[in-house]
Each structure stands twice: as structure tokens, then as C-alpha cells.
Design a protein around this ligand. Structure first.
Ligand SMILES: Nc1ncnc2c1ncn2[C@@H]1O[C@H](COP(=O)(O)OP(=O)(O)O)[C@@H](O)[C@H]1O
Ligand SMILES: [Mg+2]
Length: 238
């Protein structure tokens, strides 16, 4: 078997000719066109691109939250084409985590309750223990029963990181995870993400404007005019 075949078989995520068009008023907008991407277990991939380039749209498609206009996507070796919304959610359950720029915690739930949410659909009687362990792990052992509004931005994002990792997912998507944080606070969140990526072998796909963050990833790609191009390390300025 050739090397490329071996790699293809082991890709955790494989996008082939992915396209996304939307109708905006009278106009047809091609956000993504014929986009190819393979992501392999344990690696960290940064996707850079200017505002409006389609980065969030791409993450939504890769995670099966949104449906492409053309092309195909395999996640964990399964074609998303064959799955409806429930099927895609079932495939993600426990295996995919998310971290968003604006944290997206539920405002009426405590930090602990937010972290417990992704475990709700999964079997097991140790959820409370796992939730507490994860909040302790991200440095919020003393803030378990706080509501999001009682936490700082950095603390809220650490709750979101705990929520993303509590199921021991194979793949974590992060959409500008430091976008709403100051540099120091953002740096701590990023240290945490990479520490967890190393320890648990979690695959990371992250979208960012932040070149510091991108340089820490194994690979950098740039989304431009609907396509992904490889960025070499020296093209990602410090
Ligand atoms: N459902 C939609 N309808 C119309 N335009 C959209 C829709 N979704 C995204 N867009 C447009 O597509 C472009 C890419 O959006 P987005 O993926 O959010 O970019 P990024 O995350 O790189 O800033 C933007 O110009 C945005 O306004
Ligand atoms: Mg975006």
C-alpha cells in the first residue's frame, strides 16, 4: 500500500471538493469552493485568514453543524452525506468538542452545569466527578457554582475548554478562542489547549487571527478566496 493510501485511511477528517454558496439578497456568494483538507489524529492545524474569509463557515462544515453546497466530508471514517442532523449529532457526541470566540456558555447554568452538558447524552455514573475534575484542571475548582456572568472572560473561556474536553474527545474545533481575550489571558487559554492536545493526543483544528497561536500548531493553512493554501512557518510572522 502506498504511503498516501495509508494516510488517507487514517485521516480523522477528510474534506473533498467542499463548497459553500449562500444567497445574499440578489447575489450568490461563493464562500468556499473546491476545498480539500485532511486532518490526522493527534495533529494541531491552524487555519488563518482575514475577517470574512469564511473560516467560521468552514469549521461549521467540518464539524457537520452546517451542510456543504457541494463536495463531501468524512468524519471518523464516516461520510456525513449519509447522515441527517440527528445522525451527525450522534457521530459528534463525546468525540468532538468546541471552543468558540464568545465562549457560548449557557447563562442560566453554573460553570459545573455547563461542563456537564456534553456528558448528558453519554452513559456513565461518574459525570459529576468528571465535571469537577475538569473544572479543577482548568483552575476553576473554587468557581464551580458561579454563573458565567460572575466570571471573567478568561475564566469563561476556561469553562468552555473544560466543557470541550470533558468527554475526552478525539477532535476539538476552536474558532478564534482568544479573539475576545487580552493577550495574557488568551495565552493561558492557549497553553491549556496545547497541553491537553499533547497529553490526551486530542486533534486540534483551530481558526485564528493570532499568529502567535498559529505558530504553535503543527501545520498552518490560509483560507483565501474560498481555498486553503499551505503556509510555511516563516510566512506566519511572529
Ligand atoms: N448564511 C449566510 N448568508 C449570507 N452570507 C453569509 C452567510 N454566512 C456567512 N456569510 C458571509 O460569508 C463570509 C464568510 O463568513 P465567516 O465564515 O463568518 O467568515 P470568518 O469567520 O472568516 O470571518 C462573510 O462575508 C459573511 O458575511
Ligand atoms: Mg469567524
Amino acid at each position: 500500500m502506498s504511503n498516501s493510501q495509508t494516510r488517507e485511511m487514517s485521516a480523522i477528517l477528510h474534506a473533498k471538493g467542499l463548497g459553500k454558496q449562500v444567497i445574499s439578497g440578489e447575489r450568490r456568494l461563493d464562500i468556499l469552493s473546491s476545498l480539500d483538507l485532511e486532518v490526522f489524529p493527534g495533529e494541531s492545524v491552524a487555519i488563518l485568514g482575514s475577517s470574512g474569509a469564511g473560516k467560521s463557515t468552514l469549521l461549521g462544515l467540518l464539524a457537520g453543524l452546517d451542510i456543504p453546497t457541494s463536495g463531501e466530508l468524512d468524519l471518523f471514517g464516516q461520510s456525513l452525506k449519509d447522515l441527517d442532523e440527528d445522525g451527525r449529532a450522534g457521530l459528534r457526541a463525546g468525540r468532538v468538542g468546541f471552543v468558540f470566540q464568545n465562549f457560548q456558555l449557557l447563562p442560566t447554568l453554573t460553570a459545573l452545569e455547563n461542563v456537564l452538558l456534553p456528558l448528558e447524552l453519554l452513559p456513565g455514573s461518574d459525570h459529576q466527578i468528571r465535571g469537577r475534575e475538569w473544572l479543577t484542571r482548568v483552575g476553576l475548582g473554587e468557581r464551580m457554582n458561579h454563573l458565567p456572568k460572575q466570571l471573567s472572560g478568561g475564566e469563561q473561556q476556561r469553562v468552555a475548554v473544560a466543557r470541550a474536553f470533558v468527554t475526552a474527545p478525539e477532535l476539538v474545533f476552536a474558532d478564534e478562542p482568544t479573539g475576545n481575550l487580552d493577550r495574557g489571558t488568551g495565552g493561558k487559554v492557549i497553553d491549556l489547549l496545547f497541553e491537553l492536545n499533547r497529553e490526551a493526543g486530542t486533534t486540534l483544528v483551530l481558526v485564528t487571527h493570532d499568529h502567535h497561536l498559529a505558530r504553535r500548531c503543527d501545520r498552518c493553512l490560509k483560507l483565501d478566496a474560498g481555498h486553503l493554501a499551505v503556509l510555511h512557518r516563516d510566512e506566519v510572522e511572529a
